[in-house]
Design a protein around this ligand. Structure first.
Ligand SMILES: NC(=O)c1ccc[n+]([C@@H]2O[C@H](COP(=O)([O-])OP(=O)(O)OC[C@H]3O[C@@H](n4cnc5c(N)ncnc54)[C@H](OP(=O)(O)O)[C@@H]3O)[C@@H](O)[C@H]2O)c1
Length: 236
């Protein structure tokens, strides 16, 4: 029987690595992002998660695939995110709404449509951040929306009691992707400094997070958990 992994933001970074690992495990993999996934064999549902109409259309397309394929399990991975450089004094309503739409509202829309067609043994994996539980300066809308994802995961777990669908919030630390590199302006000195901020003195490889997502999907005992994946980040 078919098993389906639906991954938002599998066109790069953690999402692309996760797509590859699920394919290797024999899942049918669907990417939801503006650009296609670079991994061959992935079905692309391209669209912009920043607009309600596009998210509704994407959700309906995904529901249609799940209804047609009748999979034995679905792993829905909310991975796409927008990270802006903003702060409590300058975050405009427009940029806050954009971040909130991609990082929070789109997840709600996809869940609302897909949960009713997800069979038992399915899971919903939220890709949060260390910033789901702590704040740093200069990333206001990201910190707020990543905290919101923690609440969404916990509330979803409570609302899905008895449904056979489990959830988790996976919180990566500094991972070597476009998002991190873009945020620091591809500055190798900053990247080297960031690498020193954990116990192993390096950035996380996206494949390490991908392996954790798969493990989390296969282990419902962790339902409702926050899984820290940061190599033991230095705390200040
Ligand atoms: N890298 C880190 O250090 C780090 C740390 C903690 C948490 N995370 C989390 O890990 C997840 C993956 O990030 P990453 O580091 O792998 O970054 P990435 O390589 O930049 O990937 C981000 C993905 O989000 C998608 N996305 C962004 N805006 C979108 C939009 N408007 N519509 C549709 N898709 C959109 C992008 O696809 P398109 O551009 O093709 O649309 C891309 O596939 C995020 O939730 C991030 O917050 C990352």
């Amino acid at each position: 029987m078919t098993r389906i992994a639906i991954i938002t933001g599998a066109s790069s970074g953690i999402g692309a690595a996760t797509a590859e690992h699920f394919l290797q495990q024999g899942f049918s993999v669907i990417n939801v992002s503006r650009r296609p996934c670079p991994v061959s064999g992935v079905e692309n549902h391209c669209g912009d998660l920043a607009t309600s109409d596009a998210v509704m259309a994407l959700a309906q397309g995904l529901v249609s695939v799940v209804k047609t394929e009748q999979p034995s399990e679905v792993c829905l991975i909310h991975n796409a995110a927008l990270m802006l450089k903003d702060n409590a004094e300058n975050c405009s309503d427009d940029s806050f709404e954009r971040a909130f739409h991609i990082n929070v509202s789109a997840i709600n829309t996809l869940n609302r449509h897909l949960i009713p067609v997800m069979p038992q043994s399915s899971s919903i994996q939220f890709i949060g951040s260390t910033l789901s539980e702590k704040a740093v300066g200069g990333a206001f809308s990201y910190v707020v929306t990543k905290h919101a994802q923690l609440g969404m995961m916990r509330a979803t777990t409570q609302d899905l009691m008895g449904r056979g669908i489990h959830t988790a919030l996976i919180c990566p630390g500094f991972t070597d992707t476009e998002m991190l590199r873009g945020h620091v302006g591809n500055d190798e000195t900053i990247l080297a400094d960031i690498s020193k901020m954990n116990s192993f003195g390096r950035l996380i490889d996206p494949n390490e997070i991908a392996r954790l997502v798969i493990w989390s999907h296969h282990n419902p005992v962790i339902n409702g958990s926050v899984l820290h994946a940061n190599l033991g980040q230095l705390e200040h």
